[in-house]
Write a protein that binds this ligand. Structure first.
Ligand SMILES: NC(=O)c1ccc[n+]([C@@H]2O[C@H](COP(=O)([O-])OP(=O)(O)OC[C@H]3O[C@@H](n4cnc5c(N)ncnc54)[C@H](OP(=O)(O)O)[C@@H]3O)[C@@H](O)[C@H]2O)c1
Length: 270
């Protein structure tokens, strides 16, 4: 049976991808920095930043789903001044390059790379790093797909939690459609095995609402008493910060429903 290697399979999206692959009866190998407890996958321990363990991990692999990343902002759930100047590239650029080269050596049949909607206009160094990694995939001689997704709900939740102590939340009125990782995982797995290749349909959440509205729903879901201060932003600035609306395919899980599951028992916005 064909074997699929998932990098980043211990991450938020990666876990949902692995769940779906296993449920659909695929043979899955998970590339991770340390061995986890899941008994229904083959664990390959290694590190994308150094290349350790990669060659062994790719043995007999037909399809690679590259969902690994290193985003300091996502890890800590907040932006610091340093994030406007630099972002480490060892995983997303050098790691991707290493992975692509070994995939060619081992005749991998399909390399699916997970990326982010709106990278071309985004200005944060992490976005530039992601774009550089995506470009390596797009110029590779492998048979590849790139799936760009909107920012995930878990990240929005983390970012808003980081500023929750503020009495007033300045929030852009820009429309935005973040998405749940379960919906993205469905799309990624479908794209990995549908026989199509290249830049695939962008994937976003079901609703286009302002960032201020999303923040208001979060505040209500947590039962917080905070003022939302709507701020208007030029389109260029908004795009630079990644506040865009995706084209293409839409997920089903709404932000309000996601919040209800995340914060059960508190008051919810309609
Ligand atoms: N977060 C978003 O809003 C968003 C939106 C659109 C697209 N994406 C893309 O979706 C993908 C998954 O994002 P995510 O938010 O689910 O990521 P995440 O939760 O931060 O998980 C990142 C994964 O990468 C692994 N990783 C990090 N450094 C590694 C290294 N040196 N070697 C091997 N593995 C390493 C992590 O493993 P450990 O468990 O060992 O740390 C983890 O499994 C990424 O390509 C990301 O750019 C994310």
């Amino acid at each position: 049976m064909a074997l699929t290697l998932v990098t980043g399979g211990t991450g938020h999206l990666g876990r949902d991808i692995v769940d779906r692959l296993v449920r659909n009866g695929h043979r899955v190998r998970l590339f991770a920095r340390s061995k986890g407890v899941r008994p229904d996958v083959d664990w390959a321990v290694g590190d994308l930043a150094t290349g350790a363990g990669l060659r062994d991990a790719l043995r007999d692999v037909d399809t690679v789903i590259n969902a690994a990343t290193y985003s300091p902002i996502a890890r800590r759930g907040g932006v610091r001044p340093v994030d406007f100047f630099k972002s480490p590239s060892a995983v997303d650029v050098e790691g991707t390059e290493r992975l692509l080269s070994l995939c060619r050596e081992q005749s991998v049949q399909h390399f699916l790379h997970v990326s982010i909607v709106g990278l071309d206009d985004a200005t944060l160094p992490y976005a530039r790093v992601k774009l550089a990694g995506e470009r390596l995939v797009r110029s590779s001689a492998l048979s590849w797909s790139v799936v760009r997704a909107m920012p995930f709900y878990y990240l929005l939740d983390k970012m808003l939690a980081g500023i929750a102590w503020l009495p007033v939340w300045p929030m852009p009125t820009t429309p935005f459609n973040p998405v749940d990782t379960t919906d993205v995982a469905d799309h990624v797995v479908a794209c990995a095995f549908d026989g199509t290749r290249g830049v695939r349909a962008e994937f976003g959440g079901p609703e286009d609402v302002s960032v201020a509205t999303l923040a208001g729903r979060y505040r209500d879901a947590r039962g917080l008493h905070r003022k939302i201060l709507p701020i208007s932003m030029s389109e260029t600035k908004a795009r630079g910060m990644g506040f865009v609306v995706s084209r293409g395919v839409r997920g089903r899980v709404a932000w309000a429903d996601w919040l209800q599951r995340r914060y059960p028992g508190t008051r919810h916005a309609a």
